[in-house]
Structure formats: structure tokens, C-alpha cells
Design a protein around this ligand. Structure first.
Ligand code: SF4
Length: 372
């Protein structure tokens, strides 16, 4: 029962990272980055697969050395999700991973060195259809910009990004996206707002080094939420000092909150109080864990009593309203004759939610068939 998001997306050009469309109205892609040693091929492949299993659509891999580039070749052969190579300074690494099938190069043209080297990377990217991501970071601003602005400011970040953009413009290369990340929410938001006015290319959003799981998720939600609500942003990464899998989950939760993308269950649950007729918190936590694998978008409301239960259930795909011993059960907003015993709510709800998800999936397939 998802309502349309009222957000009007910023118009941008379109690029493709592998088979993932970015910009020009394409769904906002959720990405993460591996934190294994890239030369440990088995560990990196396993982590990429875990990221993909929870819905990750793009994965960035750090390539600091030629050994890592050789490992990248093996990694690329074992995964089927677009990979972005993170490269600093060494243009030869960029050429090497391009040869090995990289889907996007995260490299700043202004940091490559001589124009000949820049041109060799850009020509190679053009020939192979590989887009570039320019990535400016508040923590590594050029010295002269730090002196000019006194400290990292939104304008300093934008000026840095525009230097790289200008190089690509001169080489007539348009297939790029840009990020201007900072660990400070206002700094990042200010920079993205300004950059959005200056270029037409897609923007990759992130609040960099946001922190651990809870604080980082909150900081990212605030920063990215402000930008996404204004229609700014085409891909996102939640930068957490945590398992990359969590970055994907938080990313989708942010998009879900803004009704930009719906993926998996949107739980509506009350915080519970002494009126609750069953243990709301335990029930919701258990269901969240058990149903992590479900990708079908649906609203499920789990409310402890009749104060708010019926109202929420009436706008949910599945709803539960706490009542003594046997709770009220709703499907498609309609109250069912059947009531669910409070003794084994988790088992009963899991079964019913899975059945409903299968039904919704089938409906979607029929719709797709009719359209095609
Ligand atoms: S819906 Fe009922 S149980 Fe839940 S917080 Fe409100 S009053 Fe308490």
C-alpha cells in the first residue's frame, strides 16, 4: 500500500555502471564498499556476495596496488554485480582494471599527473564505455583550497570538484558522476546543493566517515534525507564503521522512509506502553530478523492495542491490533473474522506475511506480463 513519493527528482544526464542505470530518473542505486584486503580474493568475493544478497546494487573495491589490480581480475570473474575500482593517483592501475572489466573508475583526473596520463585513462574509459566517478572529500582537500577558504567549506569542495569536472569537459568526456562528501552534515549538504546547480551529471551522495552503526546511520539519514527530499542524488552510500551489509540496509531504509524506493517490509510498529496486549518489541524484532530475505515491498503494522491499531492496519497490507488473548488481524486494510492468538504471534504472522508477499509478487508478474 505504498503511496507515491512527493519528491521531484533533479534532472540529470544518464550513465551506466555495468547494467545499472544512474541518473535521468533511474531508481536511486544503493552501493557499499568492501573493507577486506582486496588481495584476499576469497574474503572479498564473499563480502561482495553478502552485500549483493541484501540488495546492494554497486560495490566499490579499493585498488591501492598492482597486486590488488591482479586480485581484482579474479574477483571480477567470480561476481555478477557492477564493481567500481577506487584508485588514487596511479593511472596504470586504472588502465589495468579497465582491461579486467571494471564497471566504473573512481579516480580524480586532477590527481593523475600529466595531461598525457589523464588522457590515456579517459581515452581508455571512453573506448570501453566505462564511466568515471569524481570523488571529492572534505578530509583531503587540496592545500591551496584549504588556504584560500581557511577550512573545508561547501564552496571549497565544489571548487575542487569543478577542477576535475573541467578536465573531463576539456577531453569531451561526459560519462561521469560526482560526489562531494564530508563528515559534517551541513558541509556536505551545502556542497551538494551548490554542485547540483553547476553540473548536469548524476550525483553520488554520502556523508563520509559518518561513524559507527547507530550514530552513522542517524547522521547519514539526516544529511542524505535533506538532499534526497530536495530531489538531489542518484546513488547513495552510507559510510559506516560497521559491516558493509548494514550500509545497504540503512540505505534502503532511508529511501523507504522517503518513499523513493520500496524494498522489503516497511514495519509500522508502536513503541508500546502498559496498554499493550502482547509484547510488541519482541514480536517486531523477531519478525524483522526472520523476514530479512523478503524483498517484496509491503506495509506491515504491528500495534499493541486498539488506540492506534485499527487506523494503522487499515492502511497496511497486513495489520495486527493487540487485544486480550486474541489480537485483531487485517489484510489489505480489512478486518478479518479470524483473530490471532497472542501466544505464538511471530510464527503465525511470519507465515501470513510470506503468503501475502508471494501473492503480491504473483500480481506484479501478471501486471508486467500484461504490459510487455
Ligand atoms: S498503540 Fe496502544 S500499546 Fe501502542 S503505544 Fe499506543 S497506547 Fe501503547
Amino acid at each position: 500500500m505504498f503511496a507515491e513519493s512527493p519528491i521531484k527528482r533533479r534532472k540529470s544526464t544518464r550513465i551506466y555502471v555495468g547494467n545499472v542505470a544512474i541518473g535521468d530518473g533511474a531508481p536511486i542505486a544503493v552501493q557499499s564498499m568492501t573493507n577486506t584486503s582486496t588481495t584476499d580474493v576469497a574474503a572479498t568475493v564473499a563480502q561482495i556476495k553478502r552485500i549483493q544478497a541484501v540488495g546492494g546494487e554497486l560495490v566499490r573495491v579499493s585498488i591501492p596496488t598492482m597486486d590488488a589490480a591482479e586480485a581484482f581480475k579474479l574477483i571480477k570473474q567470480q561476481v555478477d554485480i557492477p564493481l567500481i575500482a577506487d584508485i588514487h593517483f596511479d593511472y596504470r592501475i586504472a588502465l589495468k582494471v579497465a582491461e579486467y572489466g571494471v564497471d566504473c573508475l573512481r579516480i580524480n583526473p586532477g590527481n593523475i599527473g600529466s595531461m598525457d596520463r589523464v588522457k590515456s585513462v579517459v581515452d581508455c574509459a571512453r573506448d570501453k564505455g566505462i564511466p568515471i566517478r569524481i570523488g571529492v572529500n572534505g578530509g583531503s582537500l587540496e592545500k591551496d583550497l584549504q588556504e584560500k577558504y581557511g577550512e573545508p567549506t561547501p564552496m571549497a569542495l565544489v571548487e575542487s570538484a569543478m577542477r576535475h569536472v573541467d578536465i573531463l569537459d576539456k577531453l569531451n568526456f561526459t560519462q561521469f558522476k560526482v560526489s562531494v562528501k564530508a563528515s559534517d552534515v551541513f558541509l556536505a549538504v551545502g556542497a551538494y546543493r551548490e554542485l547540483a546547480k553547476r553540473i548536469d551529471q548524476p550525483l553520488h551522495l554520502g556523508i563520509t566517515e559518518a561513524g559507527g552503526l547507530r550514530a552513522g546511520a542517524v547522521k547519514s539519514s539526516v544529511g542524505l534525507g535533506m538532499l534526497l527530499a530536495e530531489g538531489i542524488g542518484d546513488t547513495i552510500r552510507i559510510s559506516l564503521a560497521a559491516d558493509p551489509v548494514e550500509e545497504i540496509k540503512v540505505g534502503f531504509d532511508i529511501l523507504k522512509s522517503l518513499r523513493i524506493r520500496s524494498r522489503g517490509i516497511n514495519f509500522i510498529a508502536c513503541p508500546s506502553c502498559s496498554r499493550q496486549e502482547f509484547d510488541v518489541i519482541t514480536t517486531v524484532n523477531a519478525l524483522e530478523q526472520r523476514l530479512e530475505d523478503l524483498l517484496t515491498p509491503m506495509d506491515v503494522s504491528i500495534i499493541g492495542c486498539v488506540v492506534n491499531g485499527p487506523g494503522e492496519a487499515e492502511v497496511s497490507d497486513i495489520g495486527l491490533t493487540g487485544a486480550r488473548n486474541m489480537s485483531g488481524y487485517y489484510v489489505d486494510g480489512k478486518r478479518q473474522k479470524e483473530r490471532l492468538s497472542n501466544d505464538d504471534l511471530v510464527d503465525q504472522l511470519e507465515k501470513r506475511i510470506r503468503a501475502k508477499a508471494a501473492q503480491l509478487e504473483q500480481k506484479n508478474q501478471i501486471k508486467v506480463k500484461q504490459v510487455s
